[in-house]
Design a protein around this ligand. Structure first.
Ligand code: UD1
Ligand code: MG
Length: 432
């Protein structure tokens, strides 16, 4: 591991997000922004801390789900608000400290390498943007960084500067020890700005190295608009990775695949599909406009327009259009059209006809349906759970199964006898 500690600033309110949820918990490809940053940070440092304050409990709880051992530091955001205030209580066991804003979900371990290699008193990330709005402007004179001014504090000349602070810095630890306590809050937001260190350090003759970085990795997310454009970049990365691994995709820009999804073997994902959570897809075809949430699909074909809801396990199975499956295991099954299969286990050789519904909810509780091997469930049948259909059964079309158990080898049929009423049509519509 590198001789560098990482501190991620995640204590801000994120008011430009206009949301009740802490900014760093907004999702990119199914995981909180902060998750992506921590994941990449842990690849380069063995000492990663997160500074929290606003919605502290929610942020800690969410991040601990993924990283139970991560270290949290609390900011006194009442007396010391701002990114400089966030740094007052930090601890770092290494000689250098890499500070990351918690709203940069697109960083990668590789993109941090430049900060690990360059050893100056301060390394400062910069990018040059056509539209610099929202970022702190970096004043560079004679090739050297002089100071950073926040947009809200900038004068007309400074506003026009297109070189901006990307929000990543590496500091020698003693630089932080010296300057953090000396920061003041006489600015437009009455906050303690970490960025004010630059001016003080420059005046004291410290070495400040600007490092040019790209927006694709260091984009800051402050608004829902930023969130949407960061999502596009993350999605492209995820899909490119899987296509490189051999997954075929039709019109990949129309497909959404979350960070936790895994593919094995040879798979095809058609246009407009959405695959989320920790789904696992192996040797399968997901046809267009299907949604798969937290489910396992092995040796199967799903869709078009099918919906696998969480905890479904589909193996050697055909799921056709307008079929919804929830929390069910189907092995060697055909369910070709217009069905709801919930809280069910369905075994090999079974055919689920068009319009079959498992009635799993009685208004209070959910109940299970168990269907054995080689069962033929006729179209438009309702299976009122709890119910067990044993092996080798035929359910006649239109049957409502309420018996709890259908014995092996039998036919289940519940129909009223059909009647023909002569002359009804003419009478009803008044036609001769
Ligand atoms: C900050 C920089 C700006 C830079 C931009 C890059 C400062 C003063 N400004 O501005 O120069 O161009 O990032 O994206 O640093 N935070 C805390 N505690 C606080 C306030 C913020 O931990 O009291 C955290 C936030 O949760 C966030 C990060 O610090 O993750 C940055 O805060 P934000 O308000 O987004 O700063 P910007 O205005 O974007
Ligand atoms: Mg920001």
């Amino acid at each position: 591991m590198n001789n560098i500690s990482i501190v991620i600033l995640a204590a801000g309110k994120g008011s430009r997000m206009k949301s009740n949820k802490a900014k760093v918990l907004h999702n990119i490809s199914g995981k909180p922004m902060l998750y992506h940053i921590v994941k990449e940070s842990l690849k380069v440092s063995d000492d990663v801390s997160i500074v929290v304050a606003h919605q502290k409990d929610a942020v800690e709880q969410e991040i601990k789900k993924y990283f139970p051992d991560i270290n949290f530091i609390e900011q006194d955001d009442v007396n010391f608000p701002g990114t400089g205030g966030a740094m007052r209580n930090i601890t770092a066991k290494n000689s250098h400290v890499l500070v990351l804003n918690g709203d940069m979900p697109l960083i990668t371990a590789e993109s941090l390498q430049g900060f690990l290699d360059a050893r100056a008193d301060i390394v400062l990330s910069i990018f040059d943007l056509e539209d610099p709005s929202g970022y702190g402007r970096v004043k560079i004179e004679n090739g050297e960084v002089s100071y950073i001014v926040e947009q809200k504090d900038a004068n007309g000349y400074e506003i026009a500067i297109t070189q901006v602070n990307a929000g990543i810095y590496s500091f020698k630890k003693e630089v932080l020890d010296t300057y953090i306590p000396r920061l003041e809050n006489n600015n437009a937001q009455s906050e303690y700005y970490l960025t004010d260190i630059i001016k003080m350090a420059k005046e004291d003759g410290l070495v400040i190295k600007p490092l040019l970085v790209d927006e694709e990795h260091f984009k800051g997310v402050n608004s829902k608009l930023d969130l949407a454009s960061a999502e596009i970049i993350m999605q492209e990365r995820i899909k490119n990775k899987w296509m490189t691994e051999g997954v075929s995709m039709n019109l990949p820009h129309t497909i959404y695949i979350e960070e936790g999804v895994q593919f094995f073997g040879e798979c095809l994902v058609e246009n407009n599909c959405r695959i989320t959570g920790e789904s696992l897809i192996k040797n399968s075809i997901i046809k267009s406009s299907s949604v798969i949430e937290d489910s396992v699909v092995i040796d199967s074909d799903v869709g078009p327009l099918a919906h696998l809801r969480p905890a479904s396990h589909i193996e050697g199975t055909h799921i056709g259009n307008f079929v919804e499956v929830k929390k069910s295991t189907l092995k060697g099954v055909k369910a070709g059209h217009l069905s709801y299969i919930g809280d069910s286990e369905v075994d090999e050789g079974t055919n689920i006809g068009a319009g079959v519904i498992t009635c799993n909810y009685d208004g209070i509780k959910k109940h299970k349906t168990k269907i054995g091997k080689n069962v033929f469930v006729g179209s438009d049948s309702q299976l009122v759970a709890p119910v067990e259909i044993e092996d080798d059964v035929m359910i006649a079309a239109g049957t409502t199964v309420t018996s709890g158990k259908v014995p092996s080898g039998s036919l289940a049929i519940s129909r009223t006898k059909i009647r023909f009423i002569e002359g009804f049509f003419q009478k009803f519509f008044g036609k001769k």
